[in-house]
Design a protein around this ligand. Structure first.
Ligand code: DLL
Length: 423
């Protein structure tokens, strides 16, 4: 579709969407009333600038289902991602939403050259995370055979990849590198594997990681982008030219704004990516601030797709970390420390990468009345904190208990995170 027709379609869908949320999501009606706007103020896609922004805090404040525009009887799937503190960010999908999302992922897999003759090994986690079930539905929809592996259990991953002849691997890029090394160590000859392509995303990665994955696995590695609040994987994907990530902007309308002034930036300029749902029923969001920093390019791609192309994610405008594909906010760690009387609110998170796997160490000060020379007591305390972090973050953290007053105090903004990964 040429850009003019696409913008017209986006305008028609936006008008319908604004009318829909005004009448079905009290949160948006209130926001629009406060701003003095009604659905009648929206005619073309340019009118999007009149609409309010939505943030992760709005989702938290309306936890769990306050932003749903339909009764629960119409919600057929619930996913969730990390919130900024203890509670997750929740998303509800209707049957139609699942179909739209599945279509978006199918577009991605088709762009990667996959079809019904392929065998997909889905090694993203299945569960509240959108990676596993999303990739699963997208692959099944194009008629491919799906191996629903989920993440972990590397030895079995390799055995089945070898024995079943998987041709497309779906996982995080860091796990792909880890798998590549494990395949080498397994002693199984590479020519006995049939893998030809990979759908890698859920975390930032670089061109040099792409080259390493392609070389080690002998495949073509594609980027797939998405976020739970908007749909999951498949919001964007690369084509065979790999000159940016095409966004499915007929369903998810993208804007780039300055993260401080919130004003739109010129096309091609970097800023924060913002999405508006154009077709969602269950939990449509207006101008959702993703916090991902990138730029958009509107010239037509050599592949012929007219969908806008997004640069790689350059970073975030908040402090969210992605550790082994799991989103972690330092504030989540802080809330665990604050709820346990044994610890001072002084901590440091040190993130690194060993053998292509992210590592996270937490150094936290023990309060003087709990600090002890007895090793057993300290080991018990460490285990308790480790277990609590595991349950809140869904991630193992290497906990190091340190003496009171041993973490450097800062005079200004405390530095809580040291990220030594070179991304
Ligand atoms: O990570 C959805 C997904 C699953 C995408 C599988 C691709 C593959 P969330 O857990 O909500 O959803 O995390 C969304 O992850 O805002 C980005 O910061 C980051 N992210 C996702 N894909 C990419 C990518 C899934 N290809 C957050 N490159 C997003 C860089 C990515 N960052």
């Amino acid at each position: 579709m040429d850009r003019q027709s696409l913008r017209k379609l986006q305008g028609i869908r936006l008008k319908k969407m604004v009318d829909y949320v005004y009448h079905n999501t009290p949160f948006y009606r209130k926001k629009m009333q406060e701003m003095g706007i009604t659905p009648d103020d929206i005619d073309t896609i340019d009118d999007i600038a009149k609409l309010p922004f939505t943030t992760k805090y709005d989702l938290r404040d309306n936890y769990p289902f306050g932003l749903c525009a339909v009764p629960m009887s119409q919600i057929v799937r619930i996913h969730a991602s990390s919130g900024t503190t203890g509670k997750p960010t929740v998303v509800g999908y209707t049957r139609k939403d699942l179909a739209t999302w599945t279509e978006s992922i199918s577009r991605a897999f088709t762009a990667f050259g996959a079809d019904r003759s392929d065998i997909f090994q889905v090694s993203y986690g299945y569960g509240l995370f959108t990676g596993g079930l999303g990739a699963h539905d997208g692959a099944e929809n194009i008629g491919a055979s799906v191996i629903p592996m989920s993440s972990g259990n590397t030895e079995k991953q390799i055995t089945l990849m070898h024995d079943f002849g998987s041709t497309v691997l779906c996982c995080t890029p860091s796990y792909a590198l880890y798998l590549a090394d494990a395949i080498k160590d397994s002693g199984l000859p590479r020519e006995e594997f049939r893998l030809k392509a990979g759908a890698f995303g859920a975390e930032p990665w670089t061109e040099s990681m792409r080259r390493e994955i392609e070389e080690k696995l002998g495949i073509k590695a594609f980027d797939i982008y998405g976020l739970s609040e908007i749909a999951g994987p498949g919001v964007g994907y690369e084509c065979e030219h790999q000159c940016g990530t095409h966004l499915s902007e007929d369903h998810y309308f993208p804007e780039i704004v300055d993260p401080v002034t919130l004003l739109p930036v010129a096309p091609g300029e970097p800023g924060e990516l913002v999405f508006t749902h154009l077709t969602k029923e269950g939990m449509p969001l207006l101008r959702y601030r993703t916090r991902d920093l990138t730029a958009l390019h509107y010239d037509t791609c050599a592949c012929g797709r007219t969908l806008v192309r997004m640069d790689r994610i350059l970073g975030r405008s908040d402090d969210m970390l992605i550790i082994r594909g799991v989103n972690v906010f330092p504030t989540q760690v802080e809330s665990v420390i604050l709820e346990m009387p044994e610890f001072e609110p002084h901590y440091l998170l040190i993130v690194g990468r060993e053998n292509n796997t992210d590592t996270m160490e937490l150094r936290v000060e023990v309060r003087p009345d709990f600090y002890s020379d007895e090793i057993n007591k300290m080991v018990e305390l460490k285990k308790k904190l480790h277990a609590r972090l595991q349950s809140v973050l869904g991630l193992g953290v290497n906990v190091k208990l340190v003496e009171p007053r041993s973490i450097e105090r800062s005079v200004g903004k405390a530095k809580r995170v040291i990220d030594n990964r070179k991304l």
